[in-house]
Design a protein around this ligand. Sequence first.
Ligand SMILES: [Zn+2]
Ligand SMILES: [Zn+2]
Ligand SMILES: [Zn+2]
Length: 504
Amino acid sequence: MTRSVAGTEAFWGHGDATGLDLGGLSASEERQVMLRLRSRHFEQWATAAARVGHCTNPIRVRGASTTFDASTGQPVRSYSTDSEPLGVLHLRCGNRRADVCPSCSRLYASDMFHLIRCGVAGGKGVPGRVADNPLVFATMTAPSFGPVHTAASASGRCHPRSKSPECAHGRRTACFELHDDADPRLGQPLCWECYDYATHVVWQWWAPELWRRFTIALRRAVARHLGIKPRDLNDVATVQYAKVAEYQLRGVVHFHALIRCDGPRSRDGFEEAPAPITSQVLAELVAAAAREVHFDAPPVLDENATRNLRFGRQLDSRPVRATQRLDDPERPLRPEQVAGYLAKYATKSATTSVDGGTNPHLERIKAVAEAVAAAVTPDEGCDQVPYELMSHWVHMLGFRGHFATKSRRYSVTLGALRRARHRAKKLLAQAEETGSSLHLAALEAELMADEEDTTTLVIGHWRFAGTGWQTAGDAALARAAAVRAREYDQWKAEQRRNRPEQRS
Ligand SMILES: [Zn+2]
Ligand SMILES: [Zn+2]
Ligand SMILES: [Zn+2]
């Protein structure tokens, strides 16, 4: 249903009251929506919903806090949820998955983009000189565990082989098809009995360890190139990265990473890189380090052989430079594009769950992961990360790492971005109250300051009062409003683009 509702400005955040799209509601949800729209507290509810960005599943807390002036000890202001019309304070759920909370996942996506972009081009407290430091975009894949149907070969044909013998299971070892993107066979093995599921699962389990070893190997390689001992490296250069893990269709992750070389470790970071390390040199060192790292994985199931794990031969390591294009593989990449690219992967990974469903290949991976976890007796497990823990990661096909990680001094942190947003809101509210104008850009340094406000002290007591809105109808209303708010933001951005250049 699509309804027009008058007098709901607080809900929209602007004066335009076009209909909300509330399709696919059950009869009882529809009733709840109508009750809410007609309720005496609608305005208050709408304000609360707008305050959490129309989060679908907010956290409710009850309690009170008092803010004291730290120097005089005098109370400055106090707040209690008793004064809230709804009796509770709502906080964002913070979920990164779009199917769980469109609003919070979009906020995460936007924060992720800024985090990655600032490490490439500076901004939000990261000095602009960081853009001059050598930067590489690298992709590291898993090796092959057996041929799978693919659309990514050079010719476009899957597995063309002129001599096409059958495997031991009587299946063809060639496939001449041009699979399109929607072909459900993509990622499926040509022969599932030949496919090495055990090694697939073991590799996935240790992928974070391979990455860790790669970062160590790279630091050593940089030190070697500079002619210094690895333990002295921090006095001359540091290596920073932001990395994202993404599932390929064959159900194994690969890593995309932005890797940057900075100067010596310092309090603020982001120092100028030593001259001998150019983007081109860094790209070569990254490729060499990725080829070199390996790890002997403890045996699984009833085997007794270790597996020597490595990254796959498909390895990409390219300099990122300010003036080139992403779609030409011969040329270096442009920083803005590459940041957008990586941020997209980060949010895609966070928003998709690996639900095998009707995918027989993914179901077999899960079954093997389960078997590996079950076959380990506690004292048999290796001391690093015992395989029995794999039972917790079966739904992730045995991948236990984080989907987006970064080194400490790559860029700003998500926490700093959240704090800045909070401060910006406060400043905007103050400016609105006093009728003064506010230039947020000029205040960026203040917004991105490391420490919380130390001139005041907040003492409060909070109790968890539950999650979610009161009814499924409220949740549907919040979700629809989130969509509407997004459309409005896009419309505003469009207006800004179409307006002739105005600078104050
Ligand atoms: Zn949320
Ligand atoms: Zn094929
Ligand atoms: Zn076979």
